[in-house]
Design a protein around this ligand. Sequence first.
Ligand code: G
Ligand code: G
Ligand code: MN
Ligand code: NA
Length: 252
Amino acid sequence: LELAADLQRALIEQQFAIEYQPVVDLATSRVTAVEALVRWWRGSVFVPPEQFLGPAEDTGLIVPLSEWILRESCREVAAWRASSWDIGLSVNLSARQITAPRFVETVAEALEDSGLPASALTLEVIEEMLVEDAEETISRLSELRALGVRLAIDDFGTGYASLAFLRQLPVDMIKIDPSFVEGLGRDDTLTLLTRTIVRLGHDLGLIVVAEGIERPEQLEQLREMGCTRGQGFLVARPMAAKGVDSLMRTSL
Ligand code: G
Ligand code: G
Ligand code: MN
Ligand code: NA
């Protein structure tokens, strides 16, 4: 409860920030997108998203917080696109956010107000969100996709119904969970599973993103497998907007 009150105050006092983690095209090493990641500095103490997203979800504060993240990140990415090249933006969704009133309208407004094209925005969901309130969630996401927004399944491979959902939901992208990528070059089964997911994704016509790349051998193997995109500390850490700004200027 104390955390809930603090969260409310944090929102009013604008204590939240967004970091952006670059995602690269593995064939060219070029930055093709950034993933928005929320950060909370409670005074001088950093509170990890895992600690406050649950309480924010339970209290409903996730709805105004998520709207701020969406609007702010669309605005910043639209500005980067105007001064360099056409990168995309990925935003993580929470379950409660999707079923909140006016969710689809809010996304449409964020795009319109920022000038970011719908096709440049990817919304990331995890499989569990498609189980609870599945019908409503899927219908909201389908409405968004009709606007031209792209959909990604995050943490792919960890949910229990991955394949059924790929059929049900009009997704554009899968993001391979780091627990698979971790095993590349170290564990034959995880390496085989990663290769299988990449092939499955491509056979379904999806963009395949590998997450959690930390070692050069992982990068090499993913390139060899033909995985489309990569993300991880080896490629680039999540960074403040200023960092993306200078990264894009120096890579022009
Ligand atoms: O930033 P990172 O460690 O540290 O993120 C931890 C978790 O928080 C991840 O599962 C990530 O998807 C989630 N997360 C980060 N930013 C957001 C956000 O803006 N909205 C939602 N719903 N989840 C986020
Ligand atoms: O669940 P989701 O994929 O949205 O979570 C993204 C989170 O993963 C972010 O919080 C980010 O800080 C973290 N992350 C990104 N790259 C790496 C990495 O290479 N290693 C680890 N351990 N975490 C990473
Ligand atoms: Mn994500
Ligand atoms: Na993930």
